[in-house]
Design a binder for this molecule. Sequence first.
Ligand code: URA
Length: 429
Amino acid sequence: MTEPFDAVEVIAAKRDGHPLGTPEIRWLIDAFTRGVVADEQMSAWAMAVLLNGMDRREIRDLTLAMIDSGERMSFAGLGKRTVDKHSTGGVGDKITLPLAPLVASFGAAVPQLSGRGLGHTGGTLDKLESIPGWRADLGTAALRAQLADVGAAICAAGADLAPADKRLYALRDTTGTVEAIPLIASSIMSKKIAEGTAALVLDVKFGSGAFLPQRERAEELARTMVELGGDAGVATVALLTDMSVPLGLTAGNAIEVQESVEVLAGGGPADVRELTIALAVEMLALAGVPDADAGAALDDGRAMDSWRRMIRAQGGDPDAPLPRARESHDLLADRDGVLAEQDARAVGVAAWRLGAGRARQGDPVQHAAGVRLHAKPGEPVRAGQPLATLLTDEADRIPRALEALEGAMVVAPPGTTVPPRELIAARIA
Ligand code: URA
């Protein structure tokens, strides 16, 4: 087959700062999927995009081309409105766990196709896999049946969903090209649009624990994704949220499940509850349920019922004890005072080094590993009290985790006022 374009010319055009035409972009992604454009060529092109950017039309073309590299799912005929949520990832970000069943308890369908963790941010599937018996893999037919019956499903994305993105992401990961906004936006949105959801709420994070720490860059990413969703006919809203401090008091797998269950029982840390409710209200508004009282559904057991049905439908036992770590180590406060800082990234790295996350795709994770925090910033602490408990199955992981936490928890003199941080910084629609 004669190729209509030449990969070197397409790379050079982007290198020299020229916008690429729609046919060139469609060809590039298709030829990469067919193996005609080599990995090193695609990596060079990704670097050119990172350095020179893409305009809105180019980003839309790239997203559509990646969707077309695989199957496009449809939930038409389900009899329920579909709405999904995507978070750009953070430390202690377990929100999907209470959120999906909460939204489903109002009659909407939540097809939550999720991933596994890489690096210092945790993966939703890794967390849920700490529940005995729970399975992440659902075929399309089982997913549909579960959405019709229970309303919520959290499962692994099939290999056919935007396969070009999977290959491109793996290259970006090893070539320093993850942080390009056009590439991130098209990567996330190609998967979400291909998944067939009618509406989408994005939780775009900034702060040390986010993969785009600068607020302005996170905001640009959010705007780009909201526009891409609108262009594709998927009603999309984004919340811009602060990830400079971990969400809740746990970062790990089983311990995050436990905290999610507390939120589903009407309790749990205030920030996890606040964000769960805010995202649920946005999702329900897009699904045609305006002014939903999401807090009431957490308090009166409706969301918990929905969680139990969702876990059972995927083989899990919601009553089974969760794995417990064999080893633990307390990090103690060395003085009386007020907890002034608790750096999200450091806590995420510590949890990862304890075994809660993986360094390479396919590595196993320890379900019981992680960091349990004992205070939120602004709370008083006493000398000798634990600020954090490190949990792992392998004691020799503890020193490196402690190193990650050096300087991350700051205790200020008694009486210091720590300004409250605004968890939800902006709404972009
Ligand atoms: N998550 C994705 O799915 N893709 C990216 O490029 C970054 C985060």
